[in-house]
Design a protein around this ligand. Structure first.
Ligand code: COA
Length: 156
């Protein structure tokens, strides 16, 4: 993420980050966390506009997916769609793009971890993700509640 155009895309990602995550769950990443991840060869970012078109350097960001590749598999680290553009298929589109990219990198399985109770489970279920594990009380919310983490996997 060096050029001004790429910085503009990152600005858009951080705007969606700020609008898209409920502060109660401490899930949003800082800009530094994102750029540090993308500085690694294993870090990948997919960004789409409101029509679901992939953005590389220009355009208004409506949603993004950040992932980490490992041999034979890929982990979805974060996915968010701007609240103004939800329930229009952008989340599914991001996951389809990620599955295609991960497959092209040699991935055979896609993993993600979700806090219990996140309504995003409907999206993951519809795409075909299967729950494969649970970490008890893995997350702590801002108001002090403990929530399990559920691990999902998808063969791609
Ligand atoms: C999860 C998320 C990316 C889905 O984006 P989206 O563009 O709305 O997804 P789609 O339109 O492709 O699919 C939405 C499906 O999931 C359900 N869904 C997803 N998030 C939902 C929410 N917050 N509330 C209610 N339903 C939700 C929709 O009802 C729909 O299911 P259906 O097709 O059975 O009706 C988006 O809700 C979001 O940014 N959430 C906040 C960030 C987050 O929690 N990310 C996941 C953890 S990293």
């Amino acid at each position: 993420m060096a050029s001004l155009a790429e910085e503009a895309v990152l600005d858009g990602v951080m705007r969606v980050m700020a609008r898209g995550f409920d502060p109660e769950y401490n899930e949003a990443w800082t800009r530094k966390q994102v750029t540090d991840m993308l500085a690694m060869p294993s870090g990948h970012l997919i960004v789409v506009d409101r029509e679901g078109r992939r953005l590389a350097r220009h355009g208004r960001v409506a949603g993004f997916a950040l992932s980490r590749a490992a041999p034979g598999e890929e982990e979805l680290l974060l996915i968010a769609v701007d609240p103004a553009h939800r329930e229009a298929g952008l989340g599914a589109r991001l996951l389809a793009l990620l599955a295609a990219d991960a497959r092209a990198r040699g991935g055979e399985r896609l993993f993600l971890e979700m806090r219990e109770g996140n309504p995003a489970v409907r999206l993951y279920d519809r795409i075909g993700f299967v729950p494969i594990g649970r970490r008890k009380e893995y997350y702590r919310t801002r108001s002090g509640h403990k929530l399990d983490a559920i691990t999902f996997a998808l063969t791609i």
